[in-house]
Design a protein around this ligand. Structure first.
Ligand SMILES: Cc1cc2nc3c(=O)[nH]c(=O)nc-3n(C[C@H](O)[C@H](O)[C@H](O)COP(=O)(O)OP(=O)(O)OC[C@H]3O[C@@H](n4cnc5c(N)ncnc54)[C@H](O)[C@@H]3O)c2cc1C
Length: 406
């Protein structure tokens, strides 16, 4: 149980959830949420999906209306945290103000990895991480005809399919030999490559953008490492993110590819935790350190920290899951499939509904499901019970998955 104030830096999925869960658990002390975006805390996933497609206003994305924060006595403090005085337990803000903390939670998330190419700073070269960027894209799409998307990860592909639905000519560039290569099996990559091609999106694999061409400050195209040139009046970059670790590092906290925290999500300082995209956490379940970028990870981390701060100290043991919407297809991933050596398909890719069960030996690591929500929910439950399913049963559509949960 902590005494005094809990100060949370960053009001994204993780930061918001720490504040809400603290109040839900009856925490009566001061709770401050430092928010460097000019919006109430909001959901990020729709930014590359429904929000960019639709016409609903920013309020459709907010977790809660302003009244919630007032009623719950969660102080939303606009601005940026600039430094931490660990000895004095103070956070300094860009405004010059200082906040005292009993416990500090770093929920600083991640930022876009920027493209280091000539002309990458032009107005028509866009990124997609925050609401303002999604809003800017939504506004300019109707005036554009041809977009080159750099990076075929989740966000690049989600945006590409939305842009295509909106009537743009779309080219996607990817350095790897297949799309979403770091995150999904070859079977799932192939399925999505085919689906995007059917939708009229041109996917170029194994190539890199070497320069962005422009005339009079307007983007005219992108040159590729194989010598080709693609015309474009818009470039959208989705080449990954960098975790925001600098605040922690400058305060002398250990960092690597994230802010290093133990299995309780505590940094080396017992008064500072880190959650979500910025946290590199020790995972007894997966045997090593992980940094994940997902809503599940950020919100489950947040609940774990809020529980500890209100007296229920437990090891973080969340079961990873994730989703991505691309065109008419919903991809859902249960578990962590890294290190699989065998893939068993259930269902039929030609019918646009199948799951890839990923195994190491006979141990089920995770399931990637396409338009098979039942398989996904099964996977989450089974993996949550630390159980596996024999590969032959996974492949057999007549085998009732529910019986494996009994
Ligand atoms: C377009 C898009 C689509 C996505 N789709 C999905 C999806 O379909 N499914 C899924 O599971 N995940 C998805 N994600 C990932 C998911 O949104 C992130 O994993 C999640 O937002 C992480 O939450 P977080 O709180 O750790 O970080 P964030 O949500 O990034 O919040 C961190 C906040 O901290 C702020 N901040 C940083 N430094 C400071 C400072 N010094 N002072 C004050 N504030 C600071 C940042 O500006 C930001 O507002 C998507 C992400 C994006 C960008």
């Amino acid at each position: 149980m902590t005494d005094g104030s809990v100060i949370i830096v960053g009001a994204g999925h993780g930061g918001y959830q720490v504040a809400a869960s603290l109040r839900q658990s009856g925490f009566a002390g001061r709770v401050c949420l430092i928010n460097d975006e000019a919006h109430l805390p909001y959901q990020r996933p729709p930014l590359s999906k429904a929000y960019i497609k639709g016409s609903a206003g920013p309020e459709s994305l907010m977790f809660r209306p302003e009244k919630f924060f007032t009623d719950q006595k969660i102080e939303l403090i606009a601005g940026r945290a600039t430094s931490i005085d660990r000895a004095g337990r103070k956070v300094h803000l860009a405004s010059g103000d200082t906040l005292d903390y009993g416990h500090l939670v770093l929920a600083t998330g991640a930022r876009n990895r920027l493209l280091d190419l000539p002309n990458a700073n032009l107005t028509d070269v866009k990124y997609l991480r925050i609401l303002d960027e999604s809003e800017a894209l939504r506004k300019i799409i109707p005036s554009k005809t041809r977009v080159v998307v750099i990076g075929a990860g989740f966000i690049g592909l989600e945006f590409a399919s939305t842009a295509r639905i909106k009537g743009l000519e779309v080219d996607v560039l990817e350095l790897a030999p297949r799309v979403m290569a770091r995150a999904v099996t070859a079977e799932v990559s192939e399925y999505f490559q085919e689906r995007h091609r059917e939708a009229g999106i041109r996917i170029h694999l194994g190539v890199q953008a070497t320069s962005i061409e422009a005339e009079g400050g307007k983007v005219t195209g992108v040159s590729l490492s194989d010598g080709r040139h693609l015309p474009a009046d818009l470039v959208v970059v989705g080449v990954g993110v960098l975790p925001n670790i600098e605040l922690a590092a400058e305060a002398g906290l250990p960092v690597a590819s994230g802010i290093i925290v133990d299995e309780y999500l505590l940094t080396s300082d017992p008064n500072i935790s880190a959650v979500g995209d910025c946290a590199l956490f020790a995972s007894p379940r997966f045997g090593g350190s992980l940094r994940l970028e997902s809503v599940q990870n950020a919100t489950d981390h947040a609940r774990c920290v809020a529980a500890r701060l209100t007296g229920e100290r437990k090891v973080y043991d969340g079961q990873p899951w994730f989703w991505s919407d691309q065109g008419d297809d919903k991809l859902q991933i249960a578990g962590l499939t890294t290190g699989y050596d065998r893939v068993v398909l259930r269902g039929d890719p030609t019918k646009k509904a199948f799951s890839a069960f990923c195994y190491r030996g006979d141990k089920l690591l995770g399931i990637e499901s396409i338009n098979r929500a039942g398989d996904h929910m099964f996977g989450r439950r089974l993996l949550g019970m630390d159980r596996s399913l024999a590969p032959d049963k996974a492949a057999d559509e007549t085998f009732d998955l529910k019986s494996a949960l009994a």
